[in-house]
Ligand binder design. Structure first.
Ligand SMILES: NC(=O)c1ccc[n+]([C@@H]2O[C@H](COP(=O)([O-])OP(=O)(O)OC[C@H]3O[C@@H](n4cnc5c(N)ncnc54)[C@H](OP(=O)(O)O)[C@@H]3O)[C@@H](O)[C@H]2O)c1
Length: 246
């Protein structure tokens, strides 16, 4: 008997950690549906990338019902085995400066909270029947900035990631009896376009392993959390930061 094909919905796949995650899951035989603001990124050169992509702006919460409906149409057996909430934004001020409380206006707060936090809850809510049908796994991508002041991440970003860690606990509590696990991964400094100038000095001073993380190393942990190997892990937040949190 052939094994059932597994389906994952991954937000923010067009570059960075999301990009690496698609490649890893594809190599393991998964089908991936991707979401981002771009209609399609030519850098996404994996098989059927164009057909599997759904354009949506997660800052606009009114787009989520349509997104969920499109996802459901594309699931052949109504089963979603993994939802990875990876899309995230970290706005900067003039000259790439850190946005503190004084520098963050209401529009920035709304945008960051919608993309990094509220959209994840609404997507999970909309796709719960499909996740329950597959006994699926949710992985929320938080950040080291959610648990300590970070020199580059702004206040709205940090608050959104702390709240996403709390949301992960809530999901684990609420969905566990329905067979759906929810966990978070908290990357530190990973080699992607979200990094700020000065990261190399930060890594040298604060990361015990003395190097940046690779997107593939994050993808491996996401994969672990979406498979049977993590079958009793629920409500965890795993640090992926070379020891930066110690
Ligand atoms: N890199 C790090 O060191 C690091 C550290 C800690 C946490 N993280 C977290 O890891 C996740 C991925 O980070 P990354 O470094 O890979 O980021 P990235 O390279 O900036 O990629 C972000 C992804 O999110 C998508 N996205 C952004 N705004 C969106 C919106 N409004 N609607 C839909 N999609 C949107 C982007 O695609 P479009 O531009 O096409 O929309 C892109 O695919 C984020 O949640 C980030 O906070 C990263």
């Amino acid at each position: 008997m052939t094994e059932e094909r597994r389906y994952m919905l991954l937000t923010g796949a067009s570059r960075g950690i999301g990009h690496a995650t698609v490649k890893l899951f594809q190599s393991k035989g998964w089908r991936i549906l991707t979401v981002s603001r771009q209609a399609f990124s030519e850098e996404c050169a994996w098989p059927s990338a164009r057909e599997s992509h759904i354009q949506a702006d997660l800052a606009d919460l009114s787009q989520i019902d349509r997104l969920a409906a499109t996802v459901c149409e594309r699931l052949p057996n109504g089963k979603l085995h993994a939802l990875v909430n990876n899309a995230g934004i970290s706005p900067k001020g003039p000259g790439e400066s850190r946005l503190g409380v004084q520098g963050t206006d209401a529009d920035v707060w709304t945008q960051v909270l919608n993309v990094n936090l509220v959209s994840t809850a609404l997507i999970a809510r909309s796709l719960m029947p499909e996740l329950v049908a597959a006994k699926g796994s949710i992985v929320n991508v938080t950040s080291i900035a959610g648990s300590r002041v970070h020199p580059f991440a702004g206040v709205a970003y940090a608050a959104s990631k702390a709240a996403l860690a709390a949301l992960t606990r809530e999901m684990a509590h609420e969905f566990g009896r329905r067979g759906v696990r929810a966990n978070a991964i908290a990357p530190g400094e990973i080699e992607t376009s979200i990094l700020s100038p000065g990261t190399d000095e930060l890594v040298a001073a604060e990361v015990p392993m003395g190097r940046l993380g690779e997107p593939r190393e994050v993808a491996e942990t996401i994969h672990f959390l979406c498979t049977e190997q993590s079958s009793y892990i629920n409500g965890a937040e795993i640090h992926i930061n070379g020891g930066q949190h110690v």
